[in-house]
Design a protein around this ligand. Structure first.
Ligand code: TPP
Ligand code: MG
Length: 142
């Protein structure tokens, strides 16, 4: 966590190639200020930010081991698109799968870096199950 955003910016600045970073919301919050570095040095990274409003991986562990005992994993997030624009990045929010390709093409064509925010339902916690499904499975074991 906290690595992908600055690493992508550094990779872009060193190589001149567009860097593509996928970040969680908690992950982005650790080093998102490095967008200032990208803007300062004319860097361009494309960041896809998966925003589920929580430290989802940790919440998943909490539900599995201590169902319905949430502690410290909810996030009160900023407006990530507004934040990215404040640093000089372009930004857009993608809310449907069929919007993504056009957003990515705009990002590839842009002069600056771009943050693409994808709001995610917190229930969509893995490819194989839901958050409430994990909670119910844990409760059923007791
Ligand atoms: C520097 C660092 N601190 C803490 C952790 C432990 N950790 C693993 S996943 C996670 C939460 C990730 O949240 P987010 O980036 O929002 O992604 P999500 O799991 O919600 O998709 C944490 C705190 C870590 N991997 N690295
Ligand atoms: Mg998250």
């Amino acid at each position: 966590m906290g690595y992908g955003v600055p690493a992508g910016i550094a990779a872009n600045l060193v190589s001149g190639r567009i860097a593509f970073t996928i970040a969680g919301d908690g992950d982005f919050l650790m080093n998102g200020q490095e967008l200032a570095t990208a803007s300062q040095h004319g860097g361009k990274s494309i960041i896809v930010l998966l925003n589920n409003g929580m430290f989802g991986t940790i919440r998943m562990h909490q539900e599995r081991e201590y169902p319905n005992h949430v502690s410290g994993t909810a996030l009160r997030n900023p407006d990530f698109c507004a934040l990215a624009r404040a640093y000089g990045y372009a930004a857009e929010r993608v809310t449907a799968t069929d919007q993504f390709e056009a957003a990515l093409l705009r990002a590839l064509a842009a002069d600056t870096g771009t943050l693409i925010e994808i709001p995610l339902d917190p229930e969509v916690i893995t490819t194989r199950g839901t958050l409430s499904g994990i909670t119910q499975a844990a409760l059923a074991q007791d």
